[in-house]
Design a protein around this ligand. Structure first.
Ligand code: AMO
Length: 424
């Protein structure tokens, strides 16, 4: 018999239907037993005169007929006739999949990731993440950006010489890519003009914080023929506005589950843009002490300020000093044409205009204590003519974390990698 998904079950259904999924919960009330059946689309109550012999999380197929019951979830239930066990689950579940996930510590959730991902609430994070990826790609293609996939094995650092994971590559050492930075720039110069990439990025950073992963997914953009980083900020506001509108239209159930909402594309247009110096001044005034760096506390405070100013908890900080930005960043006196986007208290994007003049780039590489010879392939791009260009990268897990209000970025990674964790 054809399988019916839980979301398609309605009171109008006549005759016997067949649903398949996982045993979510069993509740026996003497004469009647309720078995909640879960599939990827939802949960349905099935009703039994005699309790079926089956363990929680077993994979089953249940046949029966739909009846109305105001007290059942969704107002309907399945009067069950038969149950077939497709795959039994052992009775010693290390975590209860059907419990409130707030009751579990982050370590318990991650140690038992193979099971905690079965929780509908946790799984919905990744349905939403998939939607974010889809809308991002949809928007970039609508603006005629070409999607690229560059290698994640590289010969030298793309963001500077630190924070690299070494890999044995036959008889030599190579590194896991910190970003697709140099390749996305090369593709602009190679005539694609505007590209995007969705791919893994690796950072051998030692900090174990709610905002850092050692492996994350980077949504990268690069475009040619720009004159200033303001154009990039315009583009990012449009991308995020597009993604947020689609989520509000089509995924309001997930926003409700996480008790959150999102600004609309129109509201996003009001996102303030302030310089790094202005940001420090605002923070000094608000915190009542001299502020020299934008630390996590400062990022949160700036987002509160932005909310008061514009109604959105987001702002661009631009014109960072040269020493704070990577070697490829376009200088503007002692500052740079670069920016971060802070959203709900966290940096979710970095970007800026890039140096496209060969001599200036060689000078900048040396200034950052690196050897131009190590970047000789990259330098060819500029030796033989590269248009003015720039771009940015959004961290997928960070934007997912902030959309849903998750406490840690690790909750927004299927199988997070941090300093202690390389399994499951
Ligand atoms: P940056 O290093 O700032 O810039 O990274 C860009 C964005 O990637 C995310 N991110 C991370 N997310 C989780 N864990 C980490 N350890 C981590 N590191 C970075 C953040 C961050 O804003 N090449 C430039 C981008 C560009 O200029 O195009 C770059 O990689 O959301």
């Amino acid at each position: 018999m054809k399988r019916t998904y839980v979301k398609d079950c309605t009171i109008q259904m006549e005759g016997t239907i067949s649903c398949a999924g996982w045993v979510h919960r069993i509740r026996s009330l003497g004469k009647v037993t309720f078995l909640l059946l879960r599939d990827r689309t939802g949960i349905i109550q099935t009703v039994w005169d005699e309790a079926p012999e089956v363990t929680l999380e077993s994979v089953v197929r249940i046949q029966g007929s739909i009846t109305g019951n105001q007290k059942a979830p969704g107002g309907i239930e399945l009067q069950a006739d038969s149950l077939e066990v497709l795959a039994p689950a052992a009775a010693d579940l290390p975590i209860a999949v059907n419990q409130d996930t707030n009751q579990l510590s982050l370590d318990a959730l991650l140690d038992h990731r193979m099971l905690s991902l079965r929780s509908p609430k946790i799984r919905s994070i990744f349905f939403l993440q998939s939607a974010i990826l889809g809308y991002f790609g949809e928007y970039m293609r609508s603006r005629e950006f070409t999607e690229i996939k560059s290698s994640k094995l590289i010969g030298s650092g793309s963001e500077g010489g630190t924070g690299l994971f070494e890999v044995e590559y036959f008889d030599r050492k190579v590194y896991l890519a910190q970003s697709p930075q140099l390749y996305k720039q090369a593709m602009v110069a190679n005539g694609m003009e505007q590209v995007f990439e969705i791919g893994a990025a690796y950072r051998a950073e030692k900090h174990d914080t709610p905002r850092h992963l050692n492996e994350y997914v980077s949504l990268d953009i690069e475009m040619g023929f720009i004159e200033s980083d303001q154009e990039l900020m315009d583009l990012e506001v449009d991308i995020l506005g597009y993604i947020f509108d689609r989520i509000r239209e089509r995924h309001s159930d997930v926003l409700e589950t996480f008790h959150t909402d999102l600004p609309s594309s129109v509201e996003m247009q009001a996102t303030p843009r302030i310089s790094h110096d202005e940001a420090k001044k605002i923070l000094s005034e608000r915190l009542g002490k001299r502020v020299f760096e934008l630390n996590p506390e400062g990022e949160r405070e700036l987002c509160d300020w932005a909310k008061e100013q514009s109604g959105v908890e987001a702002l661009f900080v631009h014109s960072f000093p040269r020493k704070k930005r990577p070697f490829y960043t376009y200088p503007d006196g002692r500052k740079t044409m670069s920016f971060d986007l802070l959203f709900r208290g966290l940096e979710i994007t970095s970007g800026g205009r890039r140096i496209h003049e060969y001599d200036m780039l060689v000078e900048s590489i040396k200034r950052h204590g690196m050897e131009p010879e190590q970047l000789s392939d990259y330098l060819q791009v500029f030796r033989y003519g590269c248009p003015p260009h720039g771009g940015f990268a959004i961290g997928l897990e960070r934007i997912t974390q902030k959309i849903l209000g998750l406490n840690s970025v690790k909750e927004a990674s299927l199988f997070p990698r941090d300093r202690k964790r390389v399994k499951p």
